[in-house]
Each structure stands twice: as C-alpha cells, then as structure tokens.
Design a protein. Structure first.
Length: 231
C-alpha cells in the first residue's frame, strides 16, 4: 500500500524498516541523513507531478512510501488482550485513525471494527500518524459473533452513550471492551443488546456531544486507569 506525509513516513522508516518496499522522494532534504543512508537502495526520486498522482492529490509533503499491505490480527490474538475498543459502524477513516492513535498512546490493547466490510488501511495509517502499524486491528463483520467470542473469555462490555453513567464515577472490569457507535447513529441495536453498562462523559456546558474520536480518547484514558482489582 502507499502511504504519504512526512510524519507517518518517517515513523514507518524508523520503526518498521522491514515493511518498506520503495521510498519515493519528491523534495530534497526531506529525509534525515541517517534514514537516507539506511534506505538508500530503496529510494526513487520523483517529479512533483508524479508524486501528486501517486498521492491522488493528497498532501504528500515530498515523501511517499510503498509498504507491505496491512496485516489484520486474528480473533485468537485479539482475545489475549485486556482492553479492547470496538468500533460499531464507524466508517470515517479520519475518525478511525484518530481513535487508533489515542488507543495506542493511552494503553488500549486492540481495536476491532464491526459493521463494515472493508476499510482503507493506507488512509487509516496516515490519519493515525503510523500508530496503526503497531496496533492490533481486526475487521469483524458480525458484532454479535464478536461479542459472543469475547464474552466466552470473560470480557465485560461498556457502551458509549450520552445517557450513560458518568465515566468518572465508574470502575471497570480487568477484561473490558469499550464500544463506540457511529456519529450519526450511535450504538447499533445489536451492540446495545450485549452491553453490560453504558458510560458517558459529563459535560460542563450545555452541548450536544463530542466528536467520536475525542470522546473515545477521554473514555480510553479513564478506562485504562479505573480498573477494578481482581478478587
């Protein structure tokens, strides 16, 4: 797949060098000397018009990478986690990438996208600033099957909704799932039927809601710290 933009490309070059197939450079000096020497054999210089074509008009900032296709995790790998974020019907790659970035930074173990057939992993890699390359991620088409699999290994399910219990007043099971619905529709009926508790973010001022990625970051941070001790 093709990714572009300085921040995500430098991250991939530094952290995942074995996945790099080709480094396309359209701006002199874009690569630090160390990375230039390390990847010299894979570098190809491009004219701006070809860089624009490869990025389909996106802001490539002078560098593009051809990297290995993103490899999804398996459900067996996901089940070994302690803290999973499930995206229930989210399709916007900007929001998904922002959630991946927050989840990786704030300590969630894995992300599962449900209610979608496929996703643009190159775009999510870009919008996550490369965090997707380090975050276990799976598309699971049937959310009920997913919940049943996770329930069997002891997970508790917490759904995000404005009418839920304030998250700052709650403690969470050691094996926990945060379910985020889409911005337009919220949690699906199927997801709601399996939720153990509904959580919300208490607002200081009258306002409809937060962007789903901002809300996810707040909830992930809280759920990463307010964990019940095993008894």
């Amino acid at each position: 797949m093709i990714i572009y933009g300085k921040q995500v490309c430098l991250y991939a070059l530094e952290q995942h060098p074995d996945t790099i197939r080709t480094v396309y450079v359209a701006k002199k000096g874009i690569l630090p000397q160390k990375l230039f020497h390390e990847h010299h054999a894979k570098i190809k210089f491009l004219e701006e018009k070809w860089a624009q074509s490869m990025s389909k008009g996106g802001n490539h900032q002078g560098i593009l990478l051809e990297v290995d296709e993103f490899e999804q995790s398996t459900i067996s790998e996901i089940k070994k986690s302690h803290f999973i974020v499930v995206l229930d019907g989210l399709t916007d790659v900007g929001n998904i990438g922002a959630i991946v970035r927050s989840a990786y930074a704030l300590g969630a173990d894995a992300i599962v996208a449900s209610g979608v057939k496929q996703l643009n992993f190159a775009a999510i890699t870009r919008s996550s600033s490369g965090a997707l390359l380090d975050m276990p991620f799976l598309i699971s088409h049937n959310i009920l099957d997913l919940f049943n699999e996770l329930h069997q290994v002891g997970f508790s399910f917490y759904g995000a909704d404005m009418n839920g219990q304030p998250v700052q007043e709650m403690q969470f099971a050691p094996k926990r799932v945060l379910v985020m619905g889409s911005e337009g529709k919220g949690l699906s009926k199927k997801a709601k039927s399996k939720i153990d508790e509904v959580v919300s973010i208490e607002m200081k001022h009258a306002f409809d809601s937060l962007n789903v990625s901002a809300a996810a970051a707040i909830l992930i941070h809280r759920m990463g710290h307010a964990v019940k001790r095993d008894t």
